[in-house]
Design a protein. Structure first.
Length: 247
């Protein structure tokens, strides 16, 4: 069982390089699927640095943690029981959310339920179960994903996947080193790990690598990386039904 998270690290370290880079990569990979929504639901909105690029229409933010939510524009609630009517939203985003949810199927069902026919679901998750460390435990993760694992979960919810790709491929060697260091480091069980401090020079290298990913993601899917992005659509099944001509 996952340990409940004590709040997203983005609340205390919002300028951490990874959050800034992820926002850029999400925009590069998923902005073409955003369209012009009249109403958007952003689940997991305490993680604010991810969604500044999602412009247009009205956006409602939802998070189980009230920290980081703006009164009057946000709702405190759980993705396992979304407090909205069926087919309410043109776009639903959930960036690094479903790995926190158990059962996964219920979360995916709820995200799909509130999505209007023709609406788009935008997702991101952490990649590779073998990369599991103490950070996943304290973040409240139940699992990490492969691209096919996430695609299968989305399709099982009845959605059609439009795009699936890994991200953070260029900086992947740094990710491998960081994971190895976490496993080697001894930590007291009651001490919550913080994000690994990044020296300024290393941060410049990482951000430069992320900019390479950004350029690649505008035209290509990436074959590996520490995160996975998916865009999917809820097809309007009635649109495929035509009237039977009179005989």
């Amino acid at each position: 069982m996952a340990t409940p998270q004590l709040g997203s690290s983005s609340l205390t370290q919002p300028n951490y390089w990874w959050y800034r880079a992820r926002a850029d990569l999400l925009e590069a990979a998923l902005q073409p699927y955003l369209g012009e929504p009249a109403l958007t639901l952003d689940v997991g909105s305490a993680d604010g640095p991810s969604v500044a690029w999602m412009q247009g229409g009205r956006r409602i933010a939802l998070d189980v943690n009230p920290q980081g939510l703006t009164p009057g524009m946000s709702v405190c609630g759980s993705v396992l029981a979304l407090p909205f009517a069926d087919e309410s939203f043109d776009v639903v985003s959930a960036f690094d959310v479903v790995e926190h949810c158990e059962p996964e199927k219920q979360a995916m069902t709820e995200l799909t339920r509130v999505l209007a026919p023709g609406g788009r679901l935008l997702l991101s998750t952490p990649a590779y179960q073998w990369a599991w460390t103490d950070h996943d435990v304290w973040a409240g993760h139940y699992r990490r994903y492969t691209r096919q694992r996430l695609v299968s979960a989305v399709e099982a919810a009845g959605l059609e996947v439009l795009r699936s790709t890994y991200s953070f491929a260029t900086v992947f060697p740094f990710f491998l080193v960081e994971r190895a260091m976490r496993r080697l480091r001894r930590r007291e069980p009651d001490v919550r790990p913080r994000l690994t401090p990044t020296p300024p020079v290393v941060e410049k290298v990482l951000m430069a690598g992320a900019r390479v990913d950004r350029r690649l993601l505008r035209k290509h899917d990436l074959p590996f990386g520490s995160s996975i992005f998916v865009a999917a659509v809820k097809r309007d099944r009635t649109a495929a039904i035509t009237d039977t001509p009179d005989v």
